[in-house]
Design a protein around this ligand. Structure first.
Ligand SMILES: [Mg+2]
Length: 173
C-alpha cells in the first residue's frame, strides 16, 4: 500500500509539473488524504493506481498525437482555423494570385486575351474578389471593430487621393 501511495503521488506530482521531492510534508499529507478518501469510500487504492495509469497513458497519447501532427503538417499558425494571425497565409496566397494575373496583363501589353484562351479581365476580377474576401476575413479575425473602422476610413481617404491623382487634380509625390 505504501508503495502504491508513493507511486501515485509521484505520478500526480509529475502530471502537475511539481518536483515530488520538494513536496515533503505536503506529499505525505496528500498521500494520507488519498488513502483516507479511498478507505472512506470503500475504494481499492490499487484501482486508483490503474485509473492513474490510464489517464497518464491517455495524456501521453494525446501529446504524441499533437507532436506527430505538428511534425507532419506544421503548426498551422497563420492559416484559417489557427490561433496565430488566422487568415494571413490565405491573404498572401490570394494577393500572389492577383499579382500573377497583373504580371500577365503587363506581359500582353494590356491585351486581355492570354495564351490558352484565358480571359485576363475575368480572371483579374475573380482574384480581386478573392483578395477582398481574404482581406475582410483577416481584418475580422485579427482586429477590433474600432480598428476595422480605422482601416475603412484610411482606405476611403487613399481611394479619394488616387482618384485625384488619376484626374490630375493633385500632383504626384
Ligand atoms: Mg484565388
Amino acid at each position: 500500500m505504501e508503495e502504491d501511495i508513493e507511486y501515485f503521488t509521484k505520478k500526480v506530482a509529475a502530471a502537475l509539473g511539481v518536483n515530488p521531492l520538494r513536496l515533503g510534508a505536503a506529499q505525505r499529507d496528500f498521500s494520507d488524504r488519498v488513502r483516507e478518501a479511498c478507505a472512506d469510500n470503500g475504494v481499492d487504492f490499487r484501482r486508483v493506481r490503474v485509473a492513474t495509469e490510464t489517464v497518464e497513458t491517455l495524456l501521453q497519447t494525446r501529446d504524441q498525437l499533437h507532436r506527430a501532427r505538428a511534425q507532419s503538417s506544421g503548426s498551422g499558425d497563420f492559416s484559417i482555423g489557427s490561433q496565430v494571425w488566422p487568415g494571413a497565409a490565405k491573404l498572401i496566397e490570394e494577393m500572389a494570385e492577383l499579382q500573377q494575373l497583373l504580371a500577365k496583363l503587363i506581359a500582353t501589353a494590356g491585351k486581355t486575351k492570354y495564351w490558352g484562351g484565358v480571359d485576363l479581365k475575368e480572371r483579374v476580377k475573380e482574384e480581386m474578389a478573392d483578395v477582398e474576401a481574404a482581406m475582410m476575413f483577416f481584418a475580422r479575425q485579427n482586429f477590433s471593430a474600432e480598428d476595422e473602422e480605422c482601416i475603412k476610413k484610411r482606405a476611403e481617404l487613399k481611394g479619394d487621393l488616387y482618384e485625384k491623382w488619376h484626374a490630375g487634380q493633385d500632383p504626384l509625390p
